[in-house]
Design a binder for this molecule. Structure first.
Ligand SMILES: Cc1cc2nc3c(=O)[nH]c(=O)nc-3n(C[C@H](O)[C@H](O)[C@H](O)COP(=O)(O)O)c2cc1C
Length: 394
């Protein structure tokens, strides 16, 4: 659910157009849904395919060849914010006079969304009275201008006119978008697949990538929660998320059990090994010594440990199943979770490592909601929406 976080990114024809790709990525990482509109000149500087790959949707480049009969009004209504980065002198002029002759300006005019303009051009163009007067007009329309910076410009020149850093522009855009509805909550999230060593070289592992847990941690941080991520995978690159790295089920259990009691919510998304080798060889087991017999013993049940805490955080568990989900209502009951997120990892688009997931929510009272296939980011949004509903009910 990205309602309230819809961003239309307008890209125009300047050398800094490539930086718009970074901006698109950053906005998506921070929880926005992004759709791109490119001018004909922008296509001279960067391919539409780049934005299609980043946003998952082909940019709008022309008013008359889109499958939608009226793409500018559709996008204009969809947008919460329209950000134009980089904005050329030509586009600023067309915006000032309301000349809706391309898809981008038509979209801006057909929208009531907030508009953010990040100009980029040579110093002479920037300082020209025509540009400055046009910018004054844009300000008078209520548009926000993210001023260009001083620095190296295309062609070896130096001066004011360089596009503001994508991070700076993202901050301006996101400052209005984020609904910080998790502010004040302390949450603990687990992610990744644990590894149980056999000897110094080998381990028993699983196919979990950590993407689902990372998305849950990232969305919680975007929505204002204080997030502790205990992970056996590569964490997201976000300094606002506190990260504890672990490898084995035992390490994960110890970290979670020592910290979860003081949390408001625990989302246990990690794929924790159920068994580990009873003994770990100190040196590499050699082929020449024949096929070893490895005795397995159960690992610590991280989820169970949190469930037994008093007081305990609101508890969200995961069930990665292969095949039917018929028994997950019983599983939710036996695990004592407030919410069980179940999926069939053998199903197309729902497996480990994919960017999408198709999940079933089972609440503590046994009620069930099936969600359609969606990005792991959107699944994370749904989970936090559900957590807020459960907290409100309790
Ligand atoms: C190599 C090159 C670089 C350009 N860089 C810029 C720029 O940074 N800013 C700008 O305002 N115009 C720049 N222009 C001029 C614009 O591309 C031109 O005004 C174009 O009509 C803008 O169209 P648009 O605003 O519809 O994208 C550049 C042109 C060329 C050939």
């Amino acid at each position: 659910m990205t309602a309230g976080r819809h961003v239309v990114l307008g890209v125009t024809g300047g050398v800094a157009a490539y930086k718009a790709a970074y901006l698109a990525r950053r906005l998506i990482e921070r929880g926005a849904a992004v759709r791109v509109v490119m001018t004909a000149s922008a296509l001279e500087f960067i391919g539409a395919q780049t934005f299609a790959a980043i946003t998952g949707r082909a940019p709008l480049t022309d008013l008359f060849s889109d499958t939608d009969v009226s793409p500018h009004t559709t996008l204009g209504r969809w947008a919460d914010t329209i950000v134009i980065a980089p904005a050329t002198a030509a586009t600023i002029s067309k915006l000032a006079s309301g000349q809706a002759s391309d898809a981008l300006i038509a979209t801006v005019l057909a929208s009531r969304a907030r508009v953010v303009v990040a100009p980029a051009m040579h110093t002479e163009m920037w300082e020209h009275p025509a540009t400055q007067r046009n910018l004054e007009l844009l300000r008078s329309y209520g548009y926000e201008i993210v001023s260009p910076e001083r620095g190296a410009l295309a062609g070896g020149d130096e001066g004011v006119g360089r596009l503001a850093e994508p991070e700076t522009i993202a901050e301006v855009v996101l400052s209005h978008l984020s609904t910080l509805d998790l502010a004040g909550l302390h949450v603990i999230v687990t992610a990744g697949g644990t590894r149980e060593p056999i000897d110094p070289v080998r381990y028993i592992g699983n196919r979990s990538s950590g993407k689902m847990g990372n998305a849950i941690a990232q969305v919680a941080a975007n929505r204002g929660a204080r997030v502790l991520l205990v992970t056996a995978a590569e964490p997201p690159d976000d300094p606002s998320i506190e990260v504890v790295r672990v490898e084995t089920a035992q390490q994960m259990a110890e970290e979670v059990w020592s910290r979860a009691r003081h949390m408001d919510v625990a989302v246990m998304a990690a794929a924790v090994a159920d068994f580990r080798p009873r003994d770990i060889d100190n040196s590499k087991i050699r082929r020449a010594d024949g096929v070893p017999e490895i005795e397995l013993v159960p690992t610590s049940d991280v989820l169970q440990g949190v469930h037994e805490m008093t007081p305990r955080p609101l508890l969200v568990g995961f069930a990665a199943e292969t095949g039917s989900l018929d028994h997950v209502v019983e599983k939710a009951r036996s695990k004592g979770v407030d919410l069980l997120v179940a999926n069939d990892v053998t199903k197309e688009g729902s497996g480990f490592g994919s960017d999408t997931n198709e999940v079933r929510f089972v609440r503590g009272d046994g009620s069930v909601t099936d969600h359609e296939l969606m990005s792991k980011h959107d699944v994370a949004e749904e989970i936090w929406d559900e957590v807020l509903r459960l907290r409100a009910e309790s």
